[in-house]
Ligand binder design. Structure first.
Ligand code: ZN
Length: 426
């Protein structure tokens, strides 16, 4: 029998393989669909009950009054904390327990958690109950193998990540749950592939542009002013001036896929004209047209300039185009964030990947956002990364699954990374 403590730790995780599978299955069976925020309380309770029996102190935090919170759908978060044998840093594993709607296209029951061909299937298997289960097994094995483990371990199950995190990590970060000195290092087991370490994500600006016109009879459009034609002029400006500029901007962030290493803008939707009853089109000149844009920004950009760039194009149209009037409304925004790839969490996780998987991990950034933004910007905790077992492309898809072998390997990486972080002398 090996006396290398790391081999002993890995063996302890191997021995928990069946337990890990049963744990992720149990988590998938809670249909924590968001919206509306189904089954948050029993899922949080399940996690808390389990960790309490392992010596954790457990807190439930109800994010009262946050979007979607109601008596029927309370926003309940669970945070479990266990202080070790000696003082030391605190390592926190944060997973969101909410999942997106199951949607169409499934050939399996999305909440039955079927096991087939070395995989566990279900909504949230990949994003991110596989990562949550792996992190729980990782800390439990770590505790069982190290009677004298210094420092503090925390595991949280938080809600509403899929809708912005306001009832989850944002709420907790505002109240100090994700700030030093309570917490020093955070690993978020989002599904970013078992051999990659994610250090950040791009930012977001969602906005609504409305063009205004004047109603008239459709047979005499010259008496009105068509808001949709004004909106066409906006799209035309975007095509000629904005898109080429965005495509020319390239980031040093290692975003995957590489197409997302540029600034991007999606037109999410356009709504214009009068509502029509089927078979009876409204013969009216539209007086309003609305467009929702989704602009993703790079760490090198700043939000003020990003907004100003769009506003300037609209102002040019006011000058150039007779009758052009618009309203620009902010809908949602998130700043980009990126941790130091030489910081403690990134480095110790990368070393653990090298040891467990046998190759150097790729450092990446995510094209979309996740809860790291709140930990960084609100909690002011910079040493936060994402590392987890799921395959990124499967997130939110029908027949979503997580590979059992990946969960076992990710649990080893998380346990080893936490072990090095806890033993670090500041
Ligand atoms: Zn996720």
């Amino acid at each position: 029998m090996s006396s290398d403590p790391i081999e002993v730790l890995f063996k302890a995780i191997e021995e928990r393989r069946a337990e890990l599978v049963e744990l992720v299955r149990a988590l998938i069976r809670f249909p924590t669909v968001n919206p509306p925020g189904e089954a948050y309380r029993p899922c949080a309770q399940f996690i808390g009950d389990r960790l309490r029996t392992r010596g954790f102190d457990v807190d439930y935090v109800h994010a009262a009054g946050t979007p979607g919170d109601s008596e029927r759908y309370p926003r309940i978060n669970v945070i479990a904390r266990r202080e070790g044998a000696a003082p030391g840093p605190c390592v926190h594993f944060n997973s969101h327990i909410d999942v997106v709607q199951s949607g169409g296209g499934w050939t399996l029951d999305p909440f039955a958690a079927d096991v087939k061909d070395g995989r566990v299937y279900g909504r949230g298997a990949c994003d991110m109950k596989g990562g949550l289960a792996a992190s729980i097994i990782a800390v439990e094995a770590l505790i069982d193998c190290n009677a004298k483990l210094p420092g503090t371990l925390e595991v949280s199950g938080t809600v509403d990540e899929e809708s912005g995190g306001y009832g989850g990590v944002h709420y907790l970060a505002q109240r100090g749950w994700f700030s030093p000195p309570r917490v020093d290092h955070v690993i978020i087991p989002e599904p970013l592939n078992v051999d990659r370490v994610c250090i950040g994500h791009r930012g977001v600006w969602w906005a609504e542009i409305e063009t205004h016109g004047r109603m008239a009879h459709g047979s005499m459009p010259f008496l009105g002013d068509c808001a949709i034609r004004h909106m066409h002029a906006v799209v035309d400006r975007f095509e000629r001036d904005l898109y080429p500029r965005l495509a020319a901007r390239r980031t040093d962030m290692p975003v995957v896929p590489s197409g997302a290493r540029h600034s991007t803008l999606n037109i999410n939707s356009v709504h214009g004209g009068q509502a029509e009853t089927p078979g009876y089109p409204a013969p009216t000149v539209p007086d309003s047209c609305r467009m929702v844009i989704d602009r993703r920004l790079l760490i090198e950009e700043n939000m003020v300039d990003v907004k100003q760039e769009v506003r300037e194009l609209l102002e040019q149209l006011v000058r150039d185009r007779p009758g052009f009037r618009y309203t620009l409304r902010d809908v949602f925004e998130v700043l980009p964030t990126m941790a130091d790839r030489n910081g403690p969490a990134a480095r110790s996780t990368a070393e653990a990947v090298r040891r467990v998987i046998g190759r150097s991990p790729e450092f990446i950034c995510s094209p979309g956002t996740y809860d790291q933004k709140h930990i960084d910007r609100v909690g002011k905790l910079r040493d936060c990364i994402a590392y987890g077992p799921g395959i990124l492309d499967l997130a939110h898809q029908p027949n979503e699954y997580v590979v059992i072998e990946d969960m076992v390997n990710a649990a080893k990486v998380m346990a080893l990374s936490a072990r090095s972080l806890l033993n670090r002398t500041a």
